[in-house]
Design a protein. Sequence first.
Length: 459
Amino acid sequence: MISDEPGTAAGDDAELRKRVAALMPRAKTDLTQLVSFKSVADARQFPPEECHRTAQWVADAFAAVGLTKVGLHETPDGSMAVIASRPAPEGAPTVLLYCHYDVQPPLDDAAWRTPVWELTEKDGRWYGRGSADCKGNIVMHLTALRALGSDVPLGITLVAEGSEEQGTGGLERFVEANPELLRADAILIGDCGNFAVGVPTFTETLRGNVNVVVTIETLAGPVHSGMFGGPAPDALAALIHLLASLRDEHGNTTVSGLPSDQRWPGVQYPEQQFCADAGVLGGVELIGDGTVADMLWARPALTVLGIDAPPVVGSSASIQPAARARLNLRIPPGTDPDQALTALTAHLRANTPWQAKLTVETEATGAPFKSGGGGAARVAMEAALAASYGRSATTQGQGGSIPLCNVFADTYPDAEIMLLGVEEPKCLIHAPNESVDPSEIEHMALAEALFLTSYARQA
């Protein structure tokens, strides 16, 4: 059995549709519990016990739907990966279902219009940290398996990562050290989503990333701005000067040695829709001299994630002796992350003013990814999405990074990898007021259930 739900025949499409619809109240209950776990995989911000509780809940939930080999596996970064599986009958394929249970920190609690850790329904959407990224995708997998009811004649493996948002690479190294544990013929990466609500979408490219922490030092300690201001080198001003060198007057990323004129050949992202999705304020211009799709999916993009500097309230008339910034460079397919790191470091060193002391600490790197297409699994998923949504699937790029995809591609070169899920632009993943449209959970769960039955038949 792979379900504790009544009724054991997978049935036809109409029957599966009814089952998934009937399971949506339980999906909401599941997501309510998952969102309540403060599973930020950073012990500096939240107790590790929160992640441990979440991992155990996920393990128990997938054991309850009939996956028999269930366990928590410690990875090299200390996080726990949940792995649950049911072996394939002889000659049948295996499908790997991926998700992650850790979440981004809430950022500014005051900016949330609903409680951060309490699933709240508002205007037809479900709000809460992780409701979309990626706990909504955990519920998608659970709902699909529950809806299937009886045995599906293929193997199923579930892996839920515990530190994806931190980018520390625990599961990547675990897979490399334990390749047989997750070997599969088709891999569904449930950590992406649709171009818009109701538009079934395959994500075919992912940008890689280079994260560094930059420190500038100029003085032995803070000094009075009245007595020393002018000739004394201001570390914060030096940092501002350096950061300004990373974009031109149009907003294009300008890291020396990295091209920034690439074009996106696929589906375009209308400016008006992007402004609405991103919450761009009226009258504020978009940046860069390419299309939205060019800037988002085809070109490098440098973001300043954080700056260590005195806050306005409580600051004194002092020249700062040191300042730090955390930088995130997203890179498109075709760009090597090590070369990007070298180029970024060289650019920072060449543009540091006044002979200030510069330290560049590499935090993480990840390679970009491009999926293949045209195999039996892709054909089955295209049909499943079309049946679920009533329209053909489209394709898009993704500005985010999932380094694990490259590890999967290298470790399982014959596997078909497909990226999809419940996350769409209105979800505001990583930002305050994250939410999910429950219709996306319902449609994607149905599509996954249809895929598992049809892929088993085709294979």
